[in-house]
Design a protein around this ligand. Structure first.
Ligand code: KG4
Ligand code: ZN
Length: 330
């Protein structure tokens, strides 16, 4: 019975997981309303908000769970916002010390990978992971538990970050991913021919800043300083989303072919995107494992699930005691 704590960015997530895959209690306190007026996450506000939210949320999860005995406490120790990470790490360490149970530090991306293990239908190793979030866009060969090879990563913006920036250009509310998905529904995905950068090359790296700039130029060239009418916002959102998703699919197919891996995991906040989920079902011919929508964005359950596996495989001891804003996965 593992308590998982996630405070790397703008969600305070706390969950209790049994046997590595069964959710006993799960609470996420989103800071979206606090950061929305600024159009993005303000680090100092985020860490102060985690301090306010974390202890009441842990109490709430323990009371939701009823009479349980916690056997380990896990927290994200990186990468992420340093102040925010320190809140979760120090809380978890203190509680683990007080309760005399192990503290298990977990890499944020490993947490996202293990979100696909929650529930009845877990993938078997080896598999390829497409990890798409606000801070990361990577293809990872997951050869065996806790052994990762990064095959490709973004050279500039992450795909979620690109959704967020394009939403700002279109004057859609933060966070951009869900706003663009909503705005795109009545739009024509072929209205604008946006580029698919780096898709003709052999590299498995990504580049998303050119796509964002292409949306900016299309806006300027067509509308200048005038407000963009709603039907054109829908067309721009749909065409952008199609390009963003296309790039992910092209690179994922390349990675499957290059590695010979025959199972795909897709995780991270952008994995909640409906168009991406539909296209994966249509265009990828290996079994695809995705967490349920609610576990795509940051949460404590995925951190507890990863910690369970670390304890099971005897790799729960980490000599790096503190949080790290730029912790490498592999
Ligand atoms: O994994 P996550 O919660 O935090 C990070 O680790 O970054 O991902 C947040 C990102 C944001 O950029 C958000 O805009 C994006 O995930 N996102 C989406 C959707 N829901 C969240 N992007 C596209 N479509 C969505 N439905
Ligand atoms: Zn995340």
């Amino acid at each position: 019975m593992i308590l998982g704590i996630e405070t790397s960015c703008d969600e305070t997530g706390v969950a209790l997981i049994a046997d590595g895959r069964r959710i006993v209690a799960n609470q996420v306190a989103s800071q979206i309303p606090v950061h929305a007026p600024f159009g993005g996450v303000v680090p100092e506000i985020a860490s102060r908000q985690h301090i306010k939210t974390l202890a009441p949320l842990v109490r709430r999860v323990l009371s939701d769970a009823g009479d349980v005995s916690v056997t380990a406490i896990a927290a994200t120790h990186g990468p992420g916002l340093m102040g925010s990470l320190l809140v979760g790490v120090n809380f978890a360490k203190a509680l683990a010390f007080a309760w005399n149970v192990p503290y298990v530090p977990v890499h944020h991306l490993e947490g996202h990978i293990f979100s696909a293990f929650i529930g009845d239908n877990a993938p078997a190793f080896p598999f390829l992971t497409l990890l798409v979030s606000g801070g990361h866009t990577c293809l990872i060969a997951c050869d065996e538990p806790h052994k990762y090879r990064i095959l490709g990563t973004t050279r500039d913006d992450a795909v979620g970050e690109c959704f967020d920036k394009v939403a700002r250009l279109l004057e859609l509310p933060y966070p951009g991913g869900p706003s663009i998905q909503r705005a795109a529904v009545p739009g024509n995905p072929r209205a604008y021919a946006f580029p698919r950068p780096m898709c003709d090359s052999d590299t498995l790296d990504f580049s998303y800043s050119g796509l964002k700039t292409a949306v900016l130029y299309a806006l300027r060239d067509t509308f200048g300083d005038k407000p963009v009418p709603a039907p054109q916002v829908a067309d721009l959102a749909a065409s952008f989303q199609e390009a963003a998703v296309d790039i992910l699919l092209i690179k994922t197919r390349h990675a499957l072919a290059a590695t010979g891996l025959t199972t795909l995991v897709v995780a991270g906040g952008v994995a909640a995107n409906k168009r991406l989920r539909d296209r994966l079902q249509e265009d990828i011919d290996v079994p695809v494992f995705m967490p349920p929508m609610a576990l795509c964005v940051d949460n404590g359950a995925m951190i507890a699930a990863a910690a369970h596996s670390r304890l099971e495989h005897g790799v729960a001891h980490d000599v790096r005691p503190a949080a790290s804003a730029s912790l490498p996965l592999a």
